[in-house]
Write a protein that binds this ligand. Structure first.
Ligand SMILES: Cc1cc2nc3c(=O)[nH]c(=O)nc-3n(C[C@H](O)[C@H](O)[C@H](O)COP(=O)(O)OP(=O)(O)OC[C@H]3O[C@@H](n4cnc5c(N)ncnc54)[C@H](O)[C@@H]3O)c2cc1C
Length: 631
């Protein structure tokens, strides 16, 4: 247990540099807080800085103090916030583009131990005074115009952009060990404060106030230490890199240097997993078990994707529609059972038409309810006699359904339901939507045929919590709002969001069916006596009502129902069902081809693969991806 707190501070301006610095800092161990001083009014930078606080609970955004307008002039005013006792402060310029692993903990420890010094700095690549020492120690073995002087505004070390360019390249081509030098005490003199550390207690003595009108660098490195008769120290045991002084910026910004630094950011994670649904969570579990470090993010305020459940009155509410787990695959069943026990729920929905109830899926119970027939052969004969004979292949959904189940079942149960679900007349819908309509000639109303079926006894959310045990998860983060920073934290990305959004809709938008869910808590014990009733009749806006307590036979004097209402799709709505028609499949194919060219991104799940997957299929796909990528 260390006796002091470590607070990192950054006078923050430019997004393009911070996108490199922040992942560098996040990959460092041992620090307690990161204070980002909002030192800009550029909307794009301000928005970026604000978006950072969600990435790590240790990040605090410090609003500009006193002086207006914002800008470089105000940096001095922020030191007022850096005076806590028992605290080591480490300040990085916002364009520090590389921090050697372990630097923060090491610098803080030395800083705490060597209280006699006012400021302590590590070696900073591209800092004039550090360059002077590197030159003195014969560490800069490349050609430059003339000798670097012991002056922080040196014409080579500070002003010369081609020197900075060569220095960066020389650093990038060599090991960090080539740049070590022994400690250097500084006499009272100005030096560039690209990375400095101080004791909160020391700054507390003058309340952290840098006098108005005095350059804060001159004051902190020269005037103040001279006044209290303290020295500053540069330690050459570890280093960080500073991209550029304003004198060099125009030149360096037009080079490949920053891109090169992006490539050497120490990566905090092996995998960034975008989306905590079944694909993301399954992959995260397997990767973590394989010794990989994972970060899972989700733009929603909860884990579990569409399978998420929430407890209301002790009842697990399936917030995005009813989710019944079913599979024939033992490996998948065993996998999910590691994270939750399952009950033996079997779905047997009803359909309500003209105030009469019929059984689903279509089976002898339905045929009895429709026609009073008890003989399977009789039911078959009725259905066959009602099937129209076309002299062509079914041209639309209506023809397809009629040719599969005949007119009674189609008219009573399918026609209006489908029209409501798709918000389109079935005559206008393509035939492929209904590939088969299984008819059962037994008295068996079990919706799914699979060998293993059920619902997690404590709800899906608990299952996901167990699955993600020991995995870092950040909620309310949209990948696209922080893409560059998040990518810089990791070696590989597992992406389970919309593939068209990933490629910025370059080939057009993919379409989905979407729904509104209306949840109602009712002051009665039992509303409909079963988990699911479908409503085909056109005058009723919802397609089905779910009564959640029946999934788990929960005892409660209240009940919660959900009405599911199809709504028109637009990009800002939640995408539920992909519409795999020719047009969308063509667009998807183009995105897929692009995706296949990205070796460091794994696209998985129903949105990234643009196909309807049941839960067991998503888990199966994630197990397969893990076998390939974690092998
Ligand atoms: C109404 C309905 C009922 C269903 N019923 C059943 C059923 O009974 N049985 C069954 O087996 N299956 C059912 N399913 C299918 C089941 O929901 C899916 O198989 C499963 O949820 C897919 O998991 P996923 O991980 O691919 O996607 P999702 O569960 O959608 O997870 C993707 C996650 O990624 C997040 N995300 C997306 N973009 C971003 C971004 N840019 N930044 C950060 N996060 C992002 C999303 O917020 C989401 O949490 C049903 C689906 C629906 C819509």
């Amino acid at each position: 247990m260390k006796e002091y707190k470590i607070i990192i501070v950054i006078p923050a301006g430019r997004k393009r540099y911070l996108e490199i610095l922040i992942p560098n800092i996040l990959s460092q161990d041992g620090w307690d807080e990161l204070h980002i001083w909002k030192n800009t009014s550029e909307p794009i930078d301000v928005q970026y800085i604000d978006s950072l606080k969600i990435l790590d609970s240790r990040i605090l955004i410090i609003e500009p103090p006193r002086l207006e307008p914002y800008g470089a002039r105000t940096i001095g005013q922020f030191f007022h916030y850096c005076t806590d006792k028992n605290t080591v402060y480490i300040r990085f310029d916002d364009d520090i583009c590389y921090i050697e692993p372990g630097l923060v903990e090491w610098l803080a420890a030395v800083r705490w131990a060597k209280k006699e010094y006012f400021l302590i700095s590590p070696c900073v690549i591209n800092n004039s005074v550090a360059s002077f020492f590197l030159q003195e120690e014969n560490k800069l073995k490349f050609n430059y115009e003339s000798k670097i002087s012991f002056n922080c505004l040196d014409s080579i070390g500070w002003r010369d952009s081609t020197f900075a360019y060569d220095l960066h390249n020389y650093f990038l081509d060599n090991s960090v060990n080539e740049f070590r030098f022994p400690p250097k005490e500084l006499p009272s003199m100005r030096f560039s404060i690209n990375c400095i550390s101080w004791l909160g207690e020391e700054f507390n003595k003058f309340n952290g106030i840098v006098p108005d009108g005095v350059d804060e660098e001159e004051w902190l490195t020269n005037i103040k230490p001279a006044e209290i008769n303290k020295k500053n120290l540069i330690l050459g045991d570890k280093l960080c890199c500073h991209f550029s002084f304003y004198t060099q910026r125009k030149y360096l910004d037009n080079t490949e240097i920053l891109e090169k630094y992006k490539k050497i950011i120490p990566k905090k994670y092996d995998y960034l997993i975008v989306g905590s649904g079944f694909f993301g969570s399954t992959f995260a579990r397997l990767a973590t078990d394989a010794g990989k470090k994972c970060l899972v993010i989700d733009s929603r305020n909860h884990i579990g994707g569409n399978a998420y459940t929430e407890k209301i009155n002790n009842i697990d509410i399936h917030m995005y529609g009813p989710h019944i787990f079913h599979t024939n695959n033992k490996e998948i069943w065993d996998f999910v059972n590691k994270f939750s026990s399952f009950n033996n729920f079997i779905l047997s929905p009803k359909v309500r038409h003209n105030d009469k109830l019929y059984s689903l899926p279509f089976n002898m119970n339905t045929f009895y309810e429709l026609w009073g027939c008890t003989d399977p052969q009789e039911a078959k004969n009725i259905i066959n006699s009602q099937k129209p004979i076309f002299d062509h292949l079914p041209k639309n959904l209506e023809e397809q359904a009629l040719s599969l189940v005949g007119k009674d079942i189609y008219n009573l149960i399918i026609k209006d339901y489908t029209a409501k679900q798709w918000m389109t007349d079935p005559k206008e819908l393509p035939a492929f939507i209904i590939k088969r309509l299984p008819l059962r000639f037994t008295f068996n109303s079990n919706y799914f045929d699979d060998r293993y079926q059920g619902i997690p006894v404590d709800g899906y959310t608990k299952l996901f919590e167990n699955m993600l045990d020991g995995v870092e998860v950040i909620l309310n983060v949209n990948y696209f709002n922080n893409k560059e920073t998040l990518n810089n934290l990791t070696n590989k990305v597992v992406f389970t969001g919309k593939i068209d959004e990933y490629f910025d809709y370059e080939f057009g938008e993919l379409e989905y069916r979407t729904l509104d869910f209306i949840h109602e808590v009712l002051d009665i014990e039992n509303y409909q006596g079963t988990a699911q009733i479908n409503y085909p009749d056109p005058e009723i806006p919802w397609t089905r009502i779910i009564e959640h307590k029946h999934f788990n036979k929960t005892n409660s004097d209240k009940t919660v129902i959900t009405k599911e209402i199809p709504t028109i799709w637009s990009k800002d709505k939640v995408p539920y069902y992909p519409i795999n028609n020719d047009k969308n499949n063509e667009i998807y194919k183009k995105y897929r081809e692009k995706a296949d060219l990205l070796p460091d991104v794994i696209f998985g799940g129903r949105l990234a693969e643009y196909q309807y997957y049941d839960m067991h299929q998503v888990i199966g796909a994630a197990l397969k991806a893990a076998r390939i990528h974690l092998a």
